[in-house]
Structure formats: structure tokens, C-alpha cells
Write a protein that binds this ligand. Structure first.
Ligand SMILES: Cc1cc2nc3c(=O)[nH]c(=O)nc-3n(C[C@H](O)[C@H](O)[C@H](O)COP(=O)(O)OP(=O)(O)OC[C@H]3O[C@@H](n4cnc5c(N)ncnc54)[C@H](O)[C@@H]3O)c2cc1C
Length: 497
């Protein structure tokens, strides 16, 4: 296993995009994926395949989603999502912390990356039902992420692996990279444990695309803080911060929000790590239509503060801070048809009842009298004079409550009632390495580490505090392409010298 121009560490979306992009430069590429083949693809395989990108209208969507029928096109309002809107969302959601250079690369590269993925065999379709509700016969899309990859994350990764194999990228599974080969002249390979034996594999350049540290309990407590050891991991068990660790050990510069992460409300009794067959069923993202209470029977966040895409990634943290690290989402019959499919699977902790008293009795670990008081107060505060519209921020609030409710407020008064128990599920960590605008890793002296590149979750400085939904895959594709192109050129130049 020698003679490579570029070694890519990791086997998710960022890694495969980097590998394909380096290959486009004519580089001989080796991908080292820690997971066995059945679990390949990292967190990327666990996704719904939702992707945020700037687009100019229906034509863009139709060019990307080639299986669309004329009837579907006629019944869809895709709208537009301009680069300016994407910039605004990134700035607002990250509290103006996002690195302007990296944000610019992400936003301006997003549309081209989608078409590049399509050229590499990825198929897309509109995200009917999740990013658009059918109202008066029309699907009206909202939130800047109108399409998903065909077959979700698994479909995305299958397409990318197929394309990589076809184009001559070499792939090793069960290849656990533990170290970088490094000297004063830069990085020239890796040490990986393959089939139980440690091997040194040299190359002209190395791209780190092996995720964050969300699956490392000890690092979560160390960097994210108290209680984070108790979070469920939504995705792969293999993202334990190895790439960050090996880069920091040779002087790479940490960058971004190391105490921040993406975390959501998640089935209370979900498995500790993701499971490709079960994970989609653990999501509980219909909360914008519920009343959410903690063990004290009290509301603790604004369920309808904004469109789901702009709140879900920060609400897991707030659930984690509640007594016992859990909460209940309560719905009544009026909104039941709006619940996403996963609420109808077997992987739910759910209670149902025909009266609120009976529901409260069945809700484990909750203060019953306070819960009934909370619902009565909420019901009295709902502005029923404002029309309810799930497709837009409808301004239908519950006025005057201590914990505000800004949109989509509905009284909880129509049986049967349903309640779902959730806890915190961590998705990925925000802290990463500092890279140049060419994808090169910088050291703590602010200089480039020759031969070392990074992409995907490993890039720090993009997301802070929160995250505009569906940006992770886009970021992996954009920065993966960039790192692959730069590493391919670097390695070829080194070979020619
Ligand atoms: C349940 C879930 C749903 C999500 N839904 C969406 C969505 O719809 N849209 C969206 O944009 N984002 C979504 N995300 C976030 C998204 O998954 C990430 O932002 C993105 O996939 C990160 O890509 P990546 O390539 O950087 O990391 P990953 O896809 O996690 O890949 C990291 C890879 O590195 C490998 N690895 C780790 N350590 C080593 C090592 N030492 N040696 C070798 N290999 C190693 C892993 O095995 C893995 O293959 C979701 C995440 C989860 C968990």
C-alpha cells in the first residue's frame, strides 16, 4: 500500500467528495475508512440527505431532480433561496460569528456543488412533506433546503462510493488512522491500524475528513461541558475526534466553537449510538406544533420561535439542561396529521389518552398538577384570531406567557391526546481546525502545514451556537471538493519536483 498522491482519512460525504475531487486532478487516491463496509459513510450515511444551497427558482430544482413528473412540478412552489438569504441565515444563526471567508466559500460554492454531486451520480428529489406542507393543493417550500438525496444519506453515500470506485479511487475499510507522518517539511502520510496491524502509508498529501468528537464521551464532557456525557449519539460511533487529536499533536490550530455542537430533541430511550436501520425513527422534529414540558410540568422553550430548520439544532442542548435530561412533546388531534412519519413507528415512547388528566397520569416522571396548569394557561393564551399556517411563520402566538410562544400555537383541547418523551441527541461538534481558503490546515503559528488539508465536520469556524438545517452535507461537499482539488495539485507538484 504505497505510491499514493493523496490519502483521505474518513469515509463520509466530505471524504468521498475530497477523494473524487483529488482524482479529478489526476491524483492516485487512497481512502481510509475506519468503519467496516456495512457501517461506512459516517454521519453522512445517517442523514435524511437534506441539503441547503442557493438556488434561483424552479429551473434549478428541476435540473437537479430529474425524476420529477409534470404533475409534481405543477403542484410545487419552490421559491428562491438567494446567496444573500443564505449569508443572512448563516450570520443570524451563528450570531455573526461565522468566519466570513469560510462562509463565503460555503455559500458561493453551494449551488455548483449540488450540480457536481449530480454529475457524480447523486440523485435528488424534492423534500415533499418535510420542507413543504400541501395547502390548497400546492406544496410551498420553505427554509432553503427544498431537496434531498435519493435514498437519504445511505443513497448519497452509495452513489459517491460507486462513483469513486468507478473512477479508480482505492478504498480500505476497517482502516483506523491513528497518526500523521510528519517532519519539518510537512505531512507525508499516516499510520493506520488495518487488519490488526499498524502500517505506515506514505503519500504526497493527506486530507483529514474524519469527523468531529461527538462519539467520544470523555471529550464531550471535556469540551462541551457538564452533562454532555449523558447525550445520545445520533450518528456513527466512529467519530471520536481522532483526526483533530492527531492534527493538534503536530501543532495544528484549533478553531471555531469548541464548546458548541449540533444537538436535537431525540427519542428518550434511543440506542446510545446511531443505528442505520433505526436512527430515522428517533427524530422528533414536529415540535413546532406541540407544547413541550419538562419534569416539573413546565414549558421551557419557545417551540415556535422560528422555522424548524433554524431552531432544532440548538434545542437538544436546552433539553439536556432540564431535570433528568428529558421532556415531553404534547399534541392534540387537530395537529396530528402534521406529525412526521417517524412518530408512527415502533421506536417511540408515546402515551395517548382521551382526557388531559389521563394523559398526565400516563406521562412518566412529570409533575401532574403543574402540567395541567401549564396547559390551561397555554390554551387561554393562544391567539385563535390569527389563522394557523404551518408553511409560514404565521405569528399565531400564545400571548403573555412567561416562556413565549411565537408561532403555530394551537390549543390542546381536542382528544385523543398524544405525548412523546424525548432526550438530547448530539449530531456533531462545531470545533475544528483552522484552514486556509485553499483547504490547507494552518498551525498555531498561522502558517500552512505543508501536505495537510481538512474538510467536513473537521473544519472549524463555520458554525457557532446553532446551525441552519441541512448545511452539513453542503459544507462537506464544498470543502471536500476544495481540499481534494488543492491536495491533488499539491501532491502532483511535489511528485513532479
Ligand atoms: C441523524 C443525523 C441526521 C442528519 N441529517 C442531516 C441532513 O439531512 N442534512 C445535512 O446537511 N446534515 C445532516 N446531518 C449532519 C451531517 O451528517 C454532517 O454534517 C456531515 O455528514 C458531516 O460529514 P463528514 O464527512 O464531515 O463526516 P462523517 O460523515 O461523519 O464522516 C466521518 C468519517 O470519518 C471516519 N473516521 C473517523 N475516525 C477515523 C479514523 N481515525 N480513521 C479513519 N476514518 C475515521 C468515520 O468512520 C466516517 O466515515 C445529520 C447528522 C445525523 C447524525
Amino acid at each position: 500500500m504505497q505510491g499514493y498522491d493523496v490519502i483521505v482519512v474518513g469515509g463520509g460525504n466530505a471524504a468521498l467528495c475530497a477523494a473524487l475531487s483529488a482524482r479529478e486532478q489526476g491524483a492516485r487516491v487512497l481512502v481510509l475508512e475506519r468503519a467496516p463496509v456495512a457501517e461506512r459513510g459516517g454521519n453522512s450515511a445517517y442523514t435524511d440527505g437534506k441539503m441547503r444551497f442557493a438556488y434561483n427558482g424552479a429551473d434549478d430544482i428541476i435540473r437537479l431532480s430529474q425524476d420529477l413528473t409534470p404533475e409534481e412540478i405543477a403542484s410545487s412552489e419552490f421559491g428562491v433561496y438567494t446567496e444573500e438569504e443564505f449569508f443572512d441565515d448563516m450570520a443570524r444563526i451563528t450570531q455573526n460569528r461565522t468566519d466570513p471567508d469560510l462562509c463565503e466559500i460555503l455559500v458561493r460554492g453551494s449551488n455548483a456543488a449540488m450540480h457536481w454531486l449530480k454529475d457524480n451520480g447523486v440523485r435528488f428529489l424534492p423534500n415533499y412533506g418535510r420542507q413543504a406542507y400541501k395547502i390548497n393543493g400546492k406544496f410551498k417550500f420553505w427554509g432553503g433546503a427544498p431537496i434531498v438525496t435519493w435514498g437519504g444519506g445511505v443513497g448519497l453515500m452509495e452513489a459517491l462510493y460507486k462513483s469513486a470506485e468507478k473512477k479508480g479511487v482505492e478504498i480500505r475499510y476497517g482502516a483506523w488512522v491513528r497518526d500523521l507522518i510528519h517532519s519539518d517539511s510537512g505531512v507525508s502520510g499516516v499510520v493506520a491500524k488495518i487488519d490488526g496491524a499498524s502500517r505506515r502509508i506514505t503519500a504526497g498529501a493527506v486530507i483529514l475528513a474524519c469527523g468531529g468528537f461527538e462519539a467520544n464521551t470523555e471529550w464531550r464532557s471535556r469540551y462541551l461541558g457538564k452533562g454532555w456525557d449523558l447525550a445520545k449519539v445520533r450518528g456513527t460511533q466512529y467519530n471520536t475526534g481522532d483526526g483533530l487529536d492527531m492534527a493538534l499533536r503536530i501543532g495544528a490550530q484549533p478553531y471555531g466553537h469548541w464548546s458548541g455542537c449540533h444537538a436535537v430533541g431525540w427519542e428518550r430511550y434511543a440506542t446510545d449510538f446511531g443505528d442505520l436501520n433505526l436512527t430515522p425513527n428517533f427524530q422528533r422534529h414536529s415540535y413546532t406544533f406541540c407544547v413541550m414540558v419538562n419534569a416539573d410540568g413546565r414549558r421551557f422553550l419557545d417551540e415556535g420561535a422560528d422555522l424548524r430548520s433554524f431552531t432544532y439544532a440548538k434545542y437538544g442542548h436546552i433539553v439536556l439542561e432540564q431535570p433528568g435530561q428529558f421532556a415531553w412533546q404534547i399534541y392534540d388531534a387537530k395537529v396530528k396529521h402534521l406529525l412526521l412519519d417517524e412518530y408512527r413507528t415502533r421506536q417511540v415512547t408515546k402515551v395517548t389518552a382521551n382526557t388531559l388528566e389521563e394523559l398526565a397520569d400516563k406521562m412518566e416522571d412529570v409533575n401532574k398538577s403543574q402540567l395541567l396548569k401549564t396547559i390551561a394557561e397555554f390554551n387561554a393564551a393562544v391567539r385563535t384570531d390569527i389563522p394557523f399556517d404551518p408553511n409560514i411563520k404565521d405569528g399565531r402566538c400564545a400571548a403573555g406567557l412567561e416562556v413565549p410562544r411565537s408561532n403555530w400555537a394551537n390549543t390542546i383541547d381536542t382528544p385523543p391526546y398524544e405525548a412523546y418523551a424525548i432526550t438530547c441527541g448530539i449530531t456533531f461538534t462545531f470545533g475544528g481546525l483552522r484552514i486556509s481558503t485553499e483547504g490547507q490546515v494552518l498551525d498555531t503559528n498561522h502558517e500552512v502545514i505543508a501536505g495537510l488539508f481538512a474538510a467536513g465536520e473537521m473544519v472549524g469556524g463555520i458554525f457557532y451556537f446553532n446551525y441552519p438545517g441541512a448545511s452539513g452535507l453542503t459544507s462537506g461537499a464544498v470543502f471536500g471538493r476544495l481540499a481534494g482539488r488543492s491536495a491533488g495539485r499539491f501532491a502532483k507538484a511535489a511528485r513532479a519536483a
